[in-house]
Design a protein around this ligand. Structure first.
Ligand SMILES: C[S@+](CC[C@H](N)C(=O)[O-])C[C@H]1O[C@@H](n2cnc3c(N)ncnc32)[C@H](O)[C@@H]1O
Length: 351
């Protein structure tokens, strides 16, 4: 079957482990490259670049990103990857390090090309069955839900599972932004020039600077990669154990970009709003969704306040509680530009 286009929407898996690491406090970071390659081989992607600090390792993948902390792994993959196939080998390698899985969170948006997804990702139902069968029985608190929006094709799929004995860290929050129909002029910046003889790292760095991505979180260490002929991925490391990540599929017709970052509920929320604004302005999409996983209401209330002044209108809001994750809030927005195109209002020029 001919592939209709690149699937930008990522699948995201976050696994937490517990146990005493007898060797050092490195935990999962001791999984060697050969074992990591076996995990990624099962998923159908490879490492293209990496960076690390004393707290964690961040890998740019051929299809998105991988973050490894001593007791936490976040793996996010797009295209037609089989992300859930990483769970069994990761549990195995963690077990060899004396670590046991205690929570799992799987999230994704609605695929642009759902029919192109291979098993076990052919539907959310199939994904949930696979998760139910693969996860160990100590993760007994489980919930799967599709959070709907008023926009067709913009729903949020969430599955979580947790161990009743192990509490989750209530202070951290995660923001996952999914943007479609990117501004065409801005999207062009993620295409390589036909005559450029740069390697992928240098091409990525050029895109980071040209688009202002380096300004979203000032001071972050950025590991970036420019795909050929187009496409971009970056991981940012900042404030010790924090990460941010951006992935871009700029092709017209199925353009997509994602921005994700973690924060603490004790952070300066004005700074958080600024970060979100800057990330959205890099792409000026026609449609975007923001999913917030947090124990605090303060975080999601800031989302609409940050995004609406950029010329967006909030179209839907959904909230749900999940074991081992906290509250997930899913908000969707469309640009007033798009609203106007559909006869709904006044045209607003981007500044
Ligand atoms: C891996 S990147 C970013 C992924 C991210 N989830 C997204 O779509 O925003 C995907 C972009 O890079 C392009 N690309 C070029 N070569 C690629 C390769 N070898 N593997 C994956 N994507 C590649 C794709 O066409 C697409 O535009």
């Amino acid at each position: 079957m001919a592939v209709p286009g690149f699937e930008g929407f990522e699948k995201r898996l976050e696994l937490h482990f517990f146990g005493d690491d007898p060797v050092s406090d490195m935990g999962l970071r001791l999984i060697n490259m050969e074992s990591l390659e076996k995990v990624l081989n099962a998923v159908q992607c490879t490492v293209v670049s990496s960076v690390g600090n004393q707290f964690f390792d961040a890998y740019v993948l051929s299809e998105s990103s991988l973050f490894i902390y001593p007791t936490k792994i976040i793996i996010k993959t797009c295209g037609t990857t089989q992300l859930l196939k990483s769970i069994r080998p990761l549990i195995h390698y963690a077990f060899n390090l004396g670590l046991t899985l205690c929570s799992c969170r799987y999230t994704r948006g609605s695929f642009i090309f759902p029919k192109s997804q291979p098993s076990p990702h052919s539907s959310f139902k199939e994904e949930v069955i696979y998760l139910e069968e693969t996860l160990p029985s100590n993760l007994c608190y489980r919930k799967a839900s599709v959070m709907l929006s008023k926009l067709s094709n913009h729903n949020w799929h969430v599955f979580t599972a947790g161990d009743q004995e192990i509490p989750i860290d209530q202070t951290l929050f995660t923001i996952e932004v999914c943007m479609t129909e990117l501004d065409r002029v801005l999207a062009r910046k993620f295409f390589r020039r036909p005559d450029d003889d740069k390697n992928s790292d240098a091409a990525g760095q050029e895109m980071t600077e040209l688009t202002g991505i380096d300004n979203i979180i000032p001071g972050a260490i950025i590991c970036d990669f420019g795909f050929d002929p187009c496409g971009y991925s970056m991981n940012g490391i900042h404030d010790g154990d924090r990460y941010s990540t951006i992935h871009v599929t700029p092709e017209d017709g199925f353009s997509y970009a994602s921005f994700e970052c973690v924060g603490s509920i004790y952070d300066d929320m004005d700074e958080f709003s600024e970060t979100l604004k800057k990330a959205v302005q890099v792409f000026r999409p026609a449609t975007l969704s923001v999913s917030t996983t947090s124990s605090s209401h303060e975080v999601w209330t800031r989302v609409a306040n940050a995004i609406e002044p950029l010329g967006f209108k909030c179209r839907s809001f959904a909230v749900d509680e999940f074991p081992a994750a906290g509250s997930v809030v899913f908000q969707t927005f469309t640009s007033r530009r798009k609203h106007a195109e559909h006869g709904g209002g006044r045209y607003i020029h981007w500044g």
